[in-house]
Ligand binder design. Structure first.
Ligand code: PXP
Length: 239
């Protein structure tokens, strides 16, 4: 059954808008789990603009599902991951000005640093996913680097509506190719309650990482319900 990992960065974004101690991503994580989430994702950014180490520390202790730490491939982040031992690390590119992650990690350009980081994480028995574009060469590099999974960037598929069929096909082909190399396949970025539907037919996709649309919907219907609705779509769409 396909899994849903809920990204809680925007709970922390709201907290930081007022520099308060609420809403708390740790409380939110519990509601997500009650709503049916299979995992919790947080992106600890180098500028700590939303998620803080305190969140990571408490989430590690509190959640009952899998914790996925999104992070840039840097020494600082590696040490944090080794300290808190999330179940998964997802390596993402990061630049200070971006509002959200822009594009997948280019493994041709970052090969040596990513190699060192993946090796150390795998030695510590942390599973590693790498956020990449649906591109054969990138997938081959992820395999060569001994990643456990790739997360396919669905951003263009979600944004460029005119070319949606083309991007859907690319994601499907990339999923099949990665799976043929024994890489687990995750997908995420920009997914919502509508555009996820066609992706549910791609049997190789094992997990979706979704944040913004669920947190936005939670404003109207509550977090537990928003997660439950997404999880129900995933279950129904897979049938
Ligand atoms: N996957 C990755 C690698 C991301 O960087 C993000 C955004 O933090 C997501 C998934 C979730 O994207 P969204 O918030 O658009 O659902």
């Amino acid at each position: 059954m396909k899994k849903l990992s809920v990204n809680l960065d925007h709970i922390a974004t709201l907290r930081e808008a007022r520099k308060e101690n609420f809403p708390d991503p740790v409380q939110a994580a519990i509601l997500c789990e009650i709503g049916g989430a299979d995992g919790i994702t947080v992106h600890l950014r180098q500028d700590r603009r939303h998620i803080k180490e305190r969140d990571l520390e408490l989430l590690r202790k509190v959640i009952k599902t899998e914790l996925n730490l999104e992070m840039a491939p840097t020494e600082e982040m590696l040490n944090i991951a080794l300290n808190y031992k999330p179940d998964w690390v997802t390596l993402v590119p990061e630049s200070p000005e971006e509002v959200t992650t822009q594009g997948g990690l280019d493994l041709l350009k970052t090969y040596s640093i990513v190699k060192e980081i993946v090796n150390k994480l795998r030695e510590a028995e942390i599973k590693v996913s790498i956020f990449i574009e649906p591109d054969k060469e990138q997938i081959e590099k992820a395999k060569e680097l001994n990643a456990s999974a790739i997360e396919i960037n669905t951003d263009l598929y979600t944004k460029d509506i005119k070319n949606r069929e083309k991007y859907l096909k690319e994601i499907e082909e990339a999923s099949k190719f990665a799976s043929s190399l024994s890489l687990s396949v995750h997908a995420g970025h920009g997914l919502n309650y509508h555009n996820i539907i066609p992706l549910l037919k791609i049997k190789e996709i094992e997990e979706f990482a979704i944040g913004f649309s669920i947190i936005a919907r939670a404003v109207y219907v509550g977090l537990k319900e928003a997660v439950y609705e997404m999880k129900r779509l995933i279950i129904e769409g897979e049938k």
